[in-house]
Design a binder for this molecule. Sequence first.
Ligand SMILES: [Zn+2]
Length: 128
Amino acid sequence: MHELSLSREVAAIVGHASAGRPVAVVELRVGHLRQVVPDALQHAWRFTVKGTPLAGARLLIEEVPVRLTCLDCHQDSLPGHQLGFDCRHCQSPHTRITAGEEFMVVAIEVDDPDQKGVPDGTLPPARR
Ligand SMILES: [Zn+2]
């Protein structure tokens, strides 16, 4: 079950970044090409963090659709059933994937009234 190993990776990243502070929310960005099932990832997350300092942290999963850029006509398109990964506009097979492969922790909300909201994903230093 690859969601379980992904959730363990996320827990390791978040545990390191939060430096022992309680975490309320973990925001993930997951591209469709990663073939992650959001429900399975949520389930794996609850299992992974149970009994750890991250227990109770909510996982927010933002799913990112696959996007292509055509190397011939330079237009963006979404892949589809008929043309697969070919360009929607000129049918060229010369396309590049520009979104849909990501798997990243984009933000962590630390459960501390002074340190809420870290939209750029950087965390303030831990309190001593
Ligand atoms: Zn094209």
